[in-house]
Write a protein that binds this ligand. Structure first.
Ligand SMILES: Nc1ncnc2c1ncn2[C@@H]1O[C@H](COP(=O)(O)OP(=O)(O)OP(=O)(O)O)[C@@H](O)[C@H]1O
Ligand SMILES: [Mg+2]
Length: 452
């Protein structure tokens, strides 16, 4: 290598510095020359020396920084745990409600959750719960501090219902991690307790089930007066079904049972199903098949994703037998089709029991295919008030008024027109404390819509 090689090498650097080749370096090899070049640069060139120092300092700092980061992440991983609860998880609202009631907390960001509480006498009071809003919060639970962060994503939207995607994350020390389980269990118990003795009504919201209002006080089954033995027969059948889960699974039969209640409007079909669900301690998922925009896909999805321990109630199933399920203008499906309903009924693949109640005012519109066992296993006519029902309803509203009851029944028979139980209820509610007035005004009952 000649001197000119060295100069060329130097010229390629941005800073042109003069590097004399010192005489004390006797090593003429290529390696030796490079070494002496570097030595010279470091020793004699102030710019280079300063740069080198800075570089070493920079590298040192960078190493220290990543060391701290690594150390803290190691510390974080080993000493701190967090738990994320997403808004689509059930525990999400349980936790928020629990936290609203937890006394030891520091929250500066609150959100309001309005509760309607229905009392057993039917009256309603309103209550405001201040749940933790989006932001940071602290709680103290069993001596441990837990950092709670509620976040709302501005970009991510829960596609199933269009609401912003949210998460709550709880952070605490690793040694206190078991507290998460305790908190969630407490939150769940609180939620269960608030709906104890109540029936939760779910309705569809997009493709998912949402509680409709607050849990309602259970309707006593005695308050629904159907003709002799109807309630008892259905109740016995449902209880038999619920006792026989093993029988079904041993034979590989889907564990489901379908009931069809048909009859004129206002005869107590829906009321009875609600009361029955209450008696079984089940909730109810209600779907109205005549509802607009309920497509086959949605029906299928909803039926396969029911909250546990609920009875499915499909109202107005005759709507599915309507020929006009396609909107003539847009060509879109506007309600469930017949085959959609059959597929949904056949396709329920829940490992739990599925109890489906269907109602209709127009049994004549139903295709016999729906009545096949497995789809409808039990059908029951629920009609206008019979003598038995008139008597029992009268005495329910006016206990011990036997003489007036007889008079009322005679007058009802002399009207020679069908009376629905809903109409009787209306008359008795109008004359709450006055059975005589009820007897006197029975002829004001207008004709019920004819059922044929
Ligand atoms: N058999 C009954 N016993 C007690 N209450 C009844 C009875 N039938 C109707 N009612 C009362 O009448 C109202 C309407 O009853 P419900 O909604 O259960 O009727 P339905 O048979 O489901 O009618 P539709 O066919 O129109 O859906 C309710 O307030 C209910 O309390
Ligand atoms: Mg009904």
């Amino acid at each position: 290598m000649s001197d000119s090689d060295g100069i060329e090498a130097r010229e390629s650097k941005p800073l042109t510095v003069d590097i004399p080749i010192t005489s004390n370096n006797n090593d003429d090899s290529f390696k030796g020359k490079i070494k002496s070049l570097i030595n010279n640069a470091m020793e004699n060139n102030p710019y280079f020396a300063a740069g080198g120092g800075l570089m070493i300092l920079g590298t040192g700092l960078a190493l220290a920084k990543s060391g701290v980061a690594m150390g803290s992440s190691l510390l974080y991983r080993n000493l701190i745990v967090d738990l994320e609860i997403q808004s689509k998880d059930k525990s999400y609202s349980w936790f928020l409600t629990w936290m609203a009631k937890h006394p030891q907390r520091i929250s500066k960001h609150l959100a309001v959750k309005t509760q309607y509480v229905q009392h057993n006498n039917g009256s309603v009071t309103t209550k405001f719960d201040f749940v933790p809003g989006p932001g940071n919060h602290w709680i103290r639970y069993k001596g441990a501090f837990i950092y709670v962060k509620r976040e709302r994503s501005s970009r991510m939207v829960d596609l199933t219902n269009g609401s912003p995607f949210e998460t709550v994350s709880l952070t605490t020390l690793y040694r206190d991690r078991y507290l998460f389980n305790e908190i969630l269990t407490e939150a769940k118990e609180l939620a269960v307790k608030s709906s104890e003795g109540k029936t939760v009504l779910y309705t569809s919201f997009g493709p998912e089930w949402r509680p409709f209002g607050q849990p309602k006080a259970k309707r006593a089954i005695e308050s629904v007066i159907l003709d002799k033995n109807i309630k008892e027969d259905i109740l016995k059948d449902v209880n038999d079904f619920l006792r026989n889960g093993q029988w079904y699974s041993e034979r590989g039969i889907p564990y489901r049972r379908g009931y069809l209640l048909y009859g004129p409007p206002g005869s107590g079909k829906t009321s009875f199903i609600q009361a029955l669900a209450g008696a079984l301690d089940y909730n109810i998922c209600i779907l109205n098949l005549s509802e607009n925009n309920l497509t086959d896909d949605r029906l299928n999805h909803l039926m396969n994703n029911m909250p546990e321990r609920s009875v499915l109630l499909l109202e107005d199933i005759d709507a599915a037998f309507n020929k006009r399920t396609l909107n003539s203008e847009s060509g879109y499906q506007t309600s469930v089709t017949f085959s959609g309903l059959l597929n949904a009924l056949d396709g329920v693949t829940s490992s739990e029991e599925t109890i489906t109640f269907m109602t209709t005012n127009h049994p004549e519109k139903l295709d016999p295919a729906i009545l096949r066992p497995g789809r409808v296993d039990f059908k029951q006519f629920v009609g206008n008030a019979t003598e038995y029902q008139i008597k029992n309803m009268f005495l329910k509203f006016y206990p011990n008024e036997n003489t007036l009851c007889n008079e009322f029944m005679k007058k009802a028979a002399s009207l020679k027109k069908p009376i629905s139980t809903a109409q009787l209820q209306g008359l008795f509610v109008m004359n709450k404390d006055d059975p005589k007035a009820a007897v006197a005004t029975i002829n004001t009952i207008s004709d019920p819509i004819n059922f044929n």
